[in-house]
Design a protein around this ligand. Structure first.
Ligand SMILES: NC(=O)c1ccc[n+]([C@@H]2O[C@H](COP(=O)([O-])OP(=O)(O)OC[C@H]3O[C@@H](n4cnc5c(N)ncnc54)[C@H](OP(=O)(O)O)[C@@H]3O)[C@@H](O)[C@H]2O)c1
Length: 241
């Protein structure tokens, strides 16, 4: 049975991806900080076999907790999806620095450390590592979130180089504006919503399934010759290059 680890799998994009893997009959490992949220999502994925691990991945101990909780056997797919913006920024230079570091930890270091911890457990050949970046990396932005998501692209490409000879494929999916997540809770109209939708060529916000579908494809046998790439999934808000 295919085993898939999805970080941030309790909500939004991670939950949508987990649902698609569950439909294939995969065993799913959902990771996030809130046990109750993970349990609720796990129940919705039944009858799939789902393991939940409550862990803060910004902390190295969180990655070790995931490793300890994994049953025997290899990991076929690792989706590094956990992340988000820091909503607790304090004023002043120290607050800026602290927030910037915290955001790098939560979005980039967390993915790198978990991948390093699970690397020996990945299926050889055939494992997939799928990292969730952001359109922010394409646009640029003077904040820790943009720096983390931009850093994720370079790190991910290096990981693809490292994994290639062992048959481990590594790619990044970079979403644009996706509603119905905790990242963007507003589903109705607002000035921000309207502005973000107007930027797309398709005239609508993304939904978690738009991103989940690409993650799912990248884990499929049909994607067996794709590695070291970035997939922009943004309704055309930023054009590919
Ligand atoms: N929605 C968008 O428009 C958008 C656009 C571009 C990129 N993204 C990226 O897409 C990914 C998924 O976000 P989403 O939109 O689906 O929003 P979301 O619903 O907020 O999902 C983020 C998930 O990550 C988990 N998480 C956050 N920090 C964590 C940590 N330190 N340790 C473990 N789990 C953690 C959260 O669960 P807990 O709070 O329970 O830990 C949550 O389930 C993120 O990396 C985000 O940056 C989203």
């Amino acid at each position: 049975m295919t085993r898939v680890v999805v970080t941030g799998g309790g909500t939004g994009i991670g939950r949508a991806a987990a649902r698609l893997f569950a439909r294939d009959g995969a065993e799913i490992v959902l990771v996030g900080r809130r046990a109750d949220v993970l349990k609720e999502t796990a129940a919705a994925l039944e009858p799939a076999r789902v393991l939940t691990v409550a862990a803060d991945l910004a902390d190295t101990a969180g990655a070790l907790r995931v490793l300890d909780a994994l049953p025997e056997g290899p990991v076929d797919v690792l989706v590094n999806n956990a992340g988000g913006v820091d909503r607790d920024k304090q004023p002043g230079l120290a607050g800026y620095a602290e927030s910037f570091r915290r955001t790098l930890d939560a979005n980039l270091v967390s993915a790198a450390v978990l991948t390093e911890a699970l690397w020996p457990r990945l299926t050889r050949p055939g494992a997939r590592v799928i990292n969730v970046g952001s359109v922010a990396a394409r646009r640029g932005g003077a904040d820790g979130y943009t720096a983390a998501k931009a850093g994720m692209i370079g790190w991910s490409q290096g990981l693809a180089r490292k994994g290639g000879p062992e048959g481990i494929l590594v790619n990044t999916v970079a979403p644009g504006y996706v509603q119905d997540t905790e990242f963007f809770t507003t589903s109705g109209r607002s000035a921000r919503h309207d502005a973000l939708v107007t930027e797309t060529l398709l005239g609508r916000a993304g939904v978690p399934d738009d991103i989940g579908a690409v993650i799912h494809f990248l884990a499929s046998p049909e994607a067996g010759w794709i590695t070291g790439q970035v997939f922009d999934v943004n309704g055309g808000s930023v054009l590919g290059r």
